[in-house]
Design a protein around this ligand. Structure first.
Ligand SMILES: Cc1cc2nc3c(=O)[nH]c(=O)nc-3n(C[C@H](O)[C@H](O)[C@H](O)COP(=O)(O)OP(=O)(O)OC[C@H]3O[C@@H](n4cnc5c(N)ncnc54)[C@H](O)[C@@H]3O)c2cc1C
Ligand code: FES
Ligand code: FES
Length: 483
């Protein structure tokens, strides 16, 4: 397909000539004149631009996802169904999410309200609303300056999981998946979405300078904040093989285009340290788009997945036309925002091995705000303790402590062979100052980061005294307690 083709509030739209880096938000407001959807921050932080997108989940089943339209480029909705707040009222009647918000007095100036409503719509159609913490996680991507969050949360509690027989339920039941495949040119810009690896290699052979994109939650900021016009983007979103998420040899294979929402769901039962990190990652709208590969390939020193995956002994699996390359994930990061990927290569999978007997593992994220914030320091720790209570292996990985996610090799070496006791932990803490020279920036001073790094290790010891990988408390981040 060489045209943009998607459905907007159930109406087929076909476009050509528009820049492929036009955001869905800009399209809605400037071209479709659907101005209910608002722009607040244009960087994924406020939720005012939230729309609902009907697409396939990792297993190919249709799902309705709340997504920030300010970070969504038009080719990313190729073949999908986009719904805006204008689609809610049917047959002259308000949708029950609108009624709930009004009844709970969840809107004052109304600027955030369309976005809040669309986040409620996703909540309304979720099949997995079985735990109270999911309410906070659902709504933490929507800021409101006037109302106060309790009425909004009450509205969410009222509608979550109801799954009414509305137009969205009908669309979920009846929609047949349409291909995302695209080879689109507009002026000097091109956008490819190949559907097979073979087609991808052909694109890369013809355009070695191409940049990959998947969720766009990192790359789109270049467009919305720096007004960049990338000449050639290649989306990996239509390559089903990269969406693999399954047990493998006692461990897990995580495809590069698996979203954080999918990772969080999957790891809940299978890998508690990963679930902990996924829970505090971004907000629902971000997690619905952000991918594992995108997170690792930005090679950000404060990317949240790297420390936990490194601590679990994960390997990066890299693909190119020439075949497969594997490396320990810590070796994937070679410098500040630089990976070991060569031209023509992409990150395809992350293989997380089976955890050895006696392993204790947890991940931590320290940020100024508990939800939807960037880490000041993050960490993933795993120690393997033998039957005599001695540390047989230690993997202490940190983010925010150096130019790239890295292991504390001196502290690790000093722990091995020692009894897993408070005294041993205290003894290795000074070595963290030799392992890292953290920087001072607006998220924390070097002194603060060094202290946090030590305290996290202390906390890890205390938390793993009785359980090898303790679960989060159910009400992990209650901003409001409703009794
Ligand atoms: C509001 C907001 C909140 C956020 N919160 C967090 C957070 O809590 N923690 C955190 O760590 N990050 C956070 N992020 C950053 C971002 O969401 C994540 O890094 C996300 O995982 C990126 O995935 P993506 O698919 O959207 O990447 P994209 O933007 O699509 O791509 C990012 C980069 O990776 C490259 N790339 C992507 N996939 C591959 C691949 N398979 N192989 C090779 N290169 C590839 C692209 O070329 C691009 O350079 C946040 C971002 C926003 C806007
Ligand atoms: S405009 Fe703020 S999240 Fe999109
Ligand atoms: S009602 Fe004014 S910002 Fe939410």
């Amino acid at each position: 397909m060489d045209r943009l083709r998607f459905y907007l509030n159930d109406r087929l739209v076909e476009e050509s000539g528009l820049s492929p880096t036009t955001t869905v938000l800009r399209y809605l407001r400037d071209r479709a004149h659907l101005t209910g959807t608002k722009e607040g921050c244009a960087e994924g932080d406020c939720g005012a631009c939230t729309v609902a997108v009907l697409e396939e989940d990792g297993k190919g089943a249709p799902v309705l996802r709340a997504i920030n339209s300010c970070l969504l480029l038009l080719p990313m909705v190729q073949g999908k169904r986009v719904y805006t707040v204008e689609a809610l009222k049917e047959g002259g009647r308000y949708h029950l999410v609108q009624e709930a918000l009004a009844r709970e007095l969840g809107s004052q100036c109304g600027y955030c309200t369309p976005g809040v409503t669309m986040a409620l719509l996703e909540a309304c159609h979720r099949e997995d609303f079985n735990e109270p913490w999911k309410l906070d996680a659902q709504m933490c991507g929507n800021l409101c300056r006037c109302t106060g969050y309790r009425p909004i949360r009450d509205a969410a509690a009222r509608v979550a999981g109801l799954r009414p027989a509305d137009r969205f339920a009908r669309a979920l039941a009846e929609t047949k998946p349409e291909p995302m495949e695209l080879a689109y040119t507009a002026g000097p810009q091109r956008f490819f979405t190949p559907a097979t690896l073979e087609a991808l290699w052909d694109v890369l052979d013809a355009h070695p300078e191409a940049r990959f994109v998947v969720g766009g939650t990192d790359l789109s900021l270049e467009v919305t904040k720096r007004f960049a016009e990338p000449p050639l983007l290649v989306s990996l979103e239509a390559l089903r093989v990269l969406r693999t998420l399954e047990p493998r040899a006692g461990g897990h294979r995580v495809g590069a285009t698996v979203t954080l929402t999918e990772l969080e769901d999957y790891s809940r039962a299978t890998c508690p340290p990963l679930e902990r990190m996924a829970r505090y990652f971004g907000a629902r709208q971000i997690k619905n788009r952000a991918t594992v590969g995108g997170n690792l390939c930005t090679a950000s020193p404060i990317g949240d997945l790297a420390p936990v995956l490194i601590s679990l002994g994960a390997e990066a699996v890299v693909l190119s036309r020439a075949g497969e390359r594997r490396m320990a994930l810590e070796d994937f990061f070679v410098d500040y925002r630089r990976t070991a990927l060569r031209r023509g290569e992409l990150l395809a999978f992350v293989d997380v091995p089976a955890q050895p007997a006696g392993a204790r593992a947890i991940a931590y994220k320290v940020s100024k705000r508990r939800e939807l914030d960037i880490s000041s320091v993050s960490a993933g720790f795993r120690v393997v303790v033998d039957e005599q209570g001695r540390v047989r292996e230690a993997r202490l990985a940190y983010g925010g402590m150096s130019a790239r996610p890295a292991r504390a090799s001196r502290a690790e070496a000093a722990l091995v062979g020692q009894p897993w006791t408070e005294a041993s932990v205290e003894a290795v803490l000074p070595l963290l100052d030799e392992d890292f020279t953290p920087r001072t920036d607006h998220r924390g001073s070097d002194w603060y980061r060094a202290q946090v790094a030590k305290n996290l290790l202390r906390g890890f010891f205390l938390e793993t005294l009785s359980e090898p990988a303790p679960r989060l408390q159910e009400r992990h981040a209650a901003t409001v307690q409703v009794r």
